[in-house]
Design a binder for this molecule. Structure first.
Ligand SMILES: [Zn+2]
Length: 136
C-alpha cells in the first residue's frame, strides 16, 4: 500500500487559478488592477478599494520569517513531524503562510531570510514551501 499523501486544497473559482500557477512552479500573488494592492490568499474583492478586477504578479520567493510555530500534534498521515510553519514577509510586500523545510526546529528564528522552493508530492501535486536562504 502506498503512503498517504498530503491533504489537498479544495479548489474553487477564487483559488483554482493560484494552484494552477503553483503547478507550473510559479508563486503567484494576486494584485488589484485598480489600486495595485497585493493580497494573499486569493479572494474576489480588493480589501483596499473593493475592486473586483485583478491580475497577479510572480513573487521572487524571497522573504523573511515574520513569525513561526512548530507543530508536533495532531499528526496527520502524509506529513513529517515536527512541522515548522512560518509566516513569511515576502519582499513584494505581502505575507504568505507556508512550511519551512530542511531546518531543525531549534534553528528557526524571527527575521531569518528565506526563499521559496517548490515541493512536489509523489503524485505530482506542487506546493510552495520555504528554506533558509543559502541552505542546500
Ligand atoms: Zn484595490
Amino acid at each position: 500500500m502506498s503512503k498517504p499523501s498530503r491533504i489537498k486544497p479544495a479548489l474553487g473559482k477564487d483559488n483554482a487559478w493560484w494552484w494552477e500557477q503553483a503547478s507550473q512552479g510559479v508563486l503567484a500573488i494576486q494584485r488589484c488592477s485598480s489600486c495595485k494592492t497585493l493580497r494573499h490568499p486569493p479572494r474576489p474583492m480588493c480589501g483596499a478599494c473593493r475592486s473586483l478586477e485583478w491580475d497577479f504578479v510572480t513573487a521572487s520567493g524571497k522573504g523573511r520569517i515574520c513569525s513561526y510555530t512548530v507543530l508536533h500534534h495532531p499528526q496527520f498521515p502524509g506529513y513529517e513531524y515536527p512541522l515548522i510553519i512560518v509566516l513569511v514577509d515576502l519582499e513584494e510586500g505581502t505575507r504568505f503562510t507556508s512550511q519551512l523545510v530542511g531546518c531543525a526546529p531549534e534553528d528557526v528564528d524571527f527575521d531569518l531570510p528565506v526563499e521559496m522552493v517548490m515541493h512536489e508530492d509523489p503524485d505530482g501535486f506542487k506546493l510552495p514551501v520555504f528554506k533558509l536562504a543559502g541552505a542546500a
